[in-house]
Design a protein around this ligand. Structure first.
Ligand code: PLP
Length: 221
């Protein structure tokens, strides 16, 4: 790894562009979410100053403490919640985030829909799919995904932009990315949030529109 986060950011951007080109895609069709969880403002600032504007956090409380002051300094930041959401945090999540990647239960979907109506905010929404059917992992089961997306759309009036997954640690991620891409196509969804530090190039080959990269930029946590 090179010395500092700003240099690593540049390397990741180059690797994204290469992976996109190899997949016959335009590099601008892949957005990089720099996942800054556990890192504080002094570590995040050099990455903002290197031009990165899109960041991801996995906890509402942590983001709430960290980002409002940074957003005051940099008006064009975009913040995504990439971790799972409890319904009792829906109000704060809708207030803070421009996108929520892990809608995975009717209760959470209902709470988010209510807050969006109340606050007049429209964060972009993704449904997380537990493609590996792991009991400890968040996400709707693959066989329930279509019905859940329809429930969000048709009964709650929630615009769902795309699907998100985190493949099992000990399996070939390509299988999971291919599955998620197929499911999104079947459901008419355009966005795919998939790929992390270890596998974002594979995810791009399978159509990722957002890659969520943390440790390869900020270092190990
Ligand atoms: C932490 C996290 C990431 C980034 O993981 P790295 O392996 O550090 O790149 C991506 N997505 C989610 C949901 C995360 O919680």
């Amino acid at each position: 790894m090179t010395a500092n986060p700003a240099e690593r950011l540049q390397e990741i951007r180059t690797r994204i562009a290469t992976a996109a080109r190899e997949a016959g895609r335009d590099a601008s069709s892949v957005r990089l979410i720099a996942v800054s969880k556990t890192f504080e403002a002094p570590e995040i600032l050099p990455v903002i100053e290197a031009g990165q504007r899109l960041f991801g956090e996995n906890r509402v409380q942590e983001a709430k403490a960290k980002w409002p002051p940074l957003r005051e300094r940099f008006g064009d930041l975009e913040l995504h919640l990439v971790g799972s959401l409890q319904s009792n945090k829906a109000r704060e999540a809708v207030q803070l985030f421009d996108a929520i990647h892990a809608i995975d239960r009717p209760k959470v979907a209902v709470a988010v829909a209510g807050e969006m109506a109340k606050q007049g905010r429209r964060p972009k929404l993704f449904v997380q799919v537990n493609t590996g059917e792991e009991p400890q992992k968040a996400g709707v089961m693959p066989r329930e995904a279509a019905a859940f997306v329809r429930h969000c759309r048709d009964e709650l009036g929630l615009g769902i932009a795309g699907l998100m997954c985190i493949p099992p640690a000990d399996e070939e991620p390509a299988v999971h990315f291919a599955f998620l891409a197929k499911l999104a196509t079947e459901l008419g969804l355009k966005e795919l949030s998939m790929g992390m530090s270890a596998d974002f190039e594979t995810a791009i080959a399978f159509g990722a529109t957002c890659v969520r990269v943390g440790s390869a930029i900020f270092g190990s946590r």
